[in-house]
Design a protein around this ligand. Structure first.
Ligand code: SAM
Ligand code: SF4
Ligand code: FES
Length: 350
């Protein structure tokens, strides 16, 4: 049975109305037939605003060296069980060129926070990728100075991913020792000022998070007017303070994906690797309720096992050449197609 008031709320969301915290909390809590109606509305908005193409971003995990000690993260500084690595600039550029040869339109260069590559070196890598391929380049290297962000933007970086992680300032401070939510938001504002396409996002199911927090997460993304929103389940990692915590659920994550699609209708929303790691069809389920991006791993196979943010991560034993056909088949199997080109935000190309 679907309540009339829920149907009316979903219809308002689909029409692009600004929803209140209470209304988002209601949508985020739906189950059964009502949840199906929510997913169907999010899928219609995705099809109407973003189309049926699924954009592929090749993810290069170029270093797991990190100065931070985030309680949720498997490669946090104090985890002594991790073998640390950094790819050389040449290896990173080669991985990006390989992604281009596989047909991807953009790459994401991701690492722990810190100077695994010094800022000038990273700028050089960006310049070289831009000079030798038509790829859009996204960076995901954490909280840095405004000067560093400016340097990389001048080098040609197009986008930056920096999840806010949780919109609850106290929870944020507890989970990211030494850092405050306010600083992370400041970084996102700098990135916006510098002309990056900005991606943020959050984890679902963090210990201490409530449905109200998730509503706040979505309101924050809307306030930041992000071009990309990454939402994945929290997955407890061994040898971290949260090793014994409960993971985020598939259902709750999908509800959040659908609500984000309804709230920021023209954002790129990935079907995350984390969701694919806790459910065999996690990425397919996300594609059916609002997601329109997949980030296949293009890190060389020998490094992958050392970039385990959480256990049972998919694609650990594959090489880039194996993930590409796998992802393409997954997309076609959902009645969608692989989008070509860099897949900029529609706001950029409009
Ligand atoms: N170091 C950069 C940063 O923190 O922004 C970029 C890399 S970081 C590993 C990328 C994302 O991984 C984080 O934003 C966080 O949301 C996610 N992550 C880390 N640990 C996780 C876990 N245990 N479960 C799910 N996602 C996790
Ligand atoms: Fe480092 Fe990012 Fe992991 Fe935090 S989430 S410990 S900043 S890699
Ligand atoms: Fe890597 Fe399927 S996406 S094996």
């Amino acid at each position: 049975m679907i309540r009339q008031e829920v149907l009316a709320l979903i219809a308002r969301a689909e029409a692009g109305a600004d929803l209140s915290r209470d209304e988002l909390t209601c949508l985020l809590s739906l189950g059964g037939e009502e949840q199906k109606a929510l997913f169907a509305a999010a899928d219609r908005v995705r099809a109407r605003v973003m189309g049926d193409g699924v954009h592929l971003r090749g993810l290069i995990e170029f270093s797991n060296i990190c100065r931070m000690d985030c309680c949720y993260c498997g490669i946090r500084r104090s985890n002594r069980h991790v073998r640390r690595y950094r790819m050389t600039p040449e290896e990173i550029v080669a991985a990006a060129q390989g992604a281009w040869r596989l047909g991807y339109g953009s790459v994401v260069l991701q690492s722990g926070e810190g100077d695994a590559l010094d800022p000038e070196e990273l700028a050089g890598v960006v310049r070289q990728i831009k000079a030798t391929t038509p790829l859009a380049v996204t960076l995901s290297v954490g909280e840095r100075t405004r000067e560093e962000y400016a340097l990389w933007r001048e080098a040609g970086a197009d986008r930056f991913l920096l999840r806010h992680e949780t919109a609850d300032p106290e929870l944020f401070a507890r989970l990211r020792p030494g850092r405050r939510l306010e600083q992370r938001i400041q970084c996102l504002l700098w990135l916006r000022e510098l002309g990056y396409q900005v991606g943020s996002g959050f984890m679902v199911g963090l210990p201490g998070q409530t449905v109200g927090t998730l509503a706040d997460d979505i309101l924050l993304l809307k306030r930041l007017n992000v071009e990309m929103a990454g939402i994945g389940p929290f997955i407890p990692a061994p040898h971290t303070p949260l090793a014994d915590a409960a993971p985020g659920t598939v259902e709750q994550t999908l509800n959040a994906v659908a609500c984000v699609r309804l709230s920021i209708q023209d954002a790129h929303v990935p079907a995350t690797t984390a969701l694919g790691s806790i459910h065999p069809r996690g990425r397919q389920l996300a594609l059916a309720c609002g997601a329109n991006v997949i980030m296949p791993n293009v890190t060389p196979g020998k490094y992958r096992e050392h970039y385990q943010l959480y256990p049972n991560k998919i694609c650990l034993r594959e090489e880039p050449e194996q993930c590409e056909p796998c992802v393409a088949a997954l997309i076609v199997g959902e009645g969608r197609f692989v989008a070509t080109g860099p897949g900029h935000s529609p706001r950029w190309t409009a």
